[in-house]
Write a protein that binds this ligand. Structure first.
Ligand code: FAD
Length: 403
């Protein structure tokens, strides 16, 4: 069996490695010429994401190039501490602390590892169409006029997925949440966080977070309401303009943030935030979407990449265990849809609470400081405690999905 994998982001290259472990050959086709997407945000891979990487023996390389964040510190805009939360333990015991790194670095590491394992990862291959032939093969066509043929096609092409539209032309379009995330990387920062601690500050008009890397740089992000320009125009916004937008949100409110943003040079990126509450059709004609292409959550819960990694490994297991491509895809959907849609809903809910009105703000600060009394805890063990056992069978397709 040979698979065409569209997208060389988090899910694409991981899927290729998981397929290889399951005895399926594949090639990865990435739109960006160098095979890597834009610089982007930094992200934290929680224990469940690292667990998925462990299933395909790829966790070590990510551990080596990332740093642990063991603690969250919640504070008001003025710096008053509200609550701490441990990320390396929950009420059930110890957990692997999330590993933090830049998304582009994660994609590069995974792509390099896939190549090292003998999997072709080609850049400059933007998928434009795909069809299933009468001989049960899928033929993909790229913008450069070339074609590729396989037994199945996996769309790991992110939130603006072309594959999703090819599978279901009526698929819901990504919804612009009205927010942009601005991320900065400061090498001369005055406000240094404690080691292994991400500080989350709730101001009057924004939510700001920062973490200091073991090398002494400080990485920060802020959610800001989008401007009047269309999301597509945002690529032309300069780092200086993103900085100014971020400063407008925090000035006179979160002093630490103002200092940090000012001290950042031009390593600043802005990302428009989209989500899709539910994508009704995930597969058709030997084509399937995974990762953000199937379920794009706003980044508030910080779990989209971990979910994409879980998808990759579970999909490989389904193709290994369930006879027939369509039945394996249906089993994959059965196993994954409830979990990923719960994440999308959780993230959307967290977004609503991030920038509340004055009364809600008082209530929120009160609730957060009360929770401090309960001691450290992980509020979402259903997310982080997820484990994939590579050896265990996925089980057959449940009958209800055959109808
Ligand atoms: C600000 C922000 C912060 C985040 N923080 C976290 C976090 O802390 N933890 C976490 O787990 N997640 C986080 N996420 C979410 C995470 O980044 C995504 O969920 C994850 O990248 C999804 O992986 P993916 O492989 O599905 O898609 P992507 O990583 O988007 O990869 C898709 C790839 O497909 C390529 N592509 C697109 N179209 C085509 C085409 N037509 N042909 C070929 N290739 C194509 C793209 O160039 C890209 O490389 C965050 C997201 C944002 C925006």
């Amino acid at each position: 069996m040979h698979a065409l994998i569209i997208g060389g982001g988090v899910a694409g290259t991981t899927t290729a490695m998981a397929f290889k472990k399951a005895g399926i050959t594949s090639a990865v086709y990435e739109a960006h010429p160098d095979g890597l997407s834009e610089r982007g945000a930094f992200l934290s891979l929680f224990a469940n994401g690292m667990d998925a990487l462990r299933a395909i023996d790829a966790h070590q390389l990510v551990s080596e190039r990332s740093f642990a964040v063991t603690r969250l510190e919640f504070a008001t805009g003025t710096g008053k501490r509200l609550r701490d939360a441990r990320l390396d333990q929950d009420r059930f015991g110890r957990l692997e602390a999330p590993r933090t790194l830049r998304r582009a670095e994660l994609c590069r590491l995974l792509a390099d590892e896939a190549r090292r394992r003998g999997i072709p990862v080609e850049g400059g291959k933007r998928l434009v169409s795909a069809v299933r032939t009468s001989a049960d093969r899928v033929v993909a066509t790229f913008a450069d006029g070339t074609e590729a043929e396989g037994d199945l096609l996996v769309g790991a092409d992110g939130i603006h997925s072309v594959v999703r539209r090819l599978i279901d032309p009526a698929a819901p379009r990504p919804r612009y949440t009205g927010e942009d995330a601005v991320c900065g990387y400061a090498s001369k920062a005055p406000a240094i966080a404690s080691p292994e601690t991400m500080r989350m500050m709730y101001g009057k008009r924004s939510f700001f977070a920062y973490v200091t890397t073991p090398g002494g740089d400080t990485w920060w992000f802020i959610n800001t309401p989008g401007s009047t320009s269309t999301p597509d125009d945002r690529g032309s916004v300069t780092p200086e303009q993103w900085k100014r937008r971020a400063l407008n949100r925090v000035s006179g409110d979160i002093r630490t943030a103002t200092e940090l943003i000012r001290s950042t040079e031009d390593d600043v990126v802005g990302i428009s935030v989209y989500d899709i509450s539910s994508t009704p059709v995930w597969h058709r004609d030997h084509m399937l979407v995974i990762g953000d292409a199937a379920h794009a959550a706003a980044p508030n819960a910080g779990h989209g990449a971990a979910m994409a990694l879980e998808d990759s490994v579970v999909l490989a297991k389904c193709l290994r265990d369930v006879p027939g491509v369509e039945a394996a895809f249906a089993r994959f959907e059965q196993l994954r849809r409830p979990r990923v849609e719960e994440l999308v809903a959780t993230s959307a809910n967290m977004k609503r609470r991030a920038i509340p009105g004055p009364l809600q703000r008082l209530l929120r600060d009160f609730m957060l400081s009360r929770l401090l009394k309960d001691g450290p805890r992980n509020a979402r063990p259903w997310l982080t405690r997820h484990h994939i056992d590579w050896e265990a069978t996925t089980g057959p397709l449940e009958v209800k999905d055959r109808q």
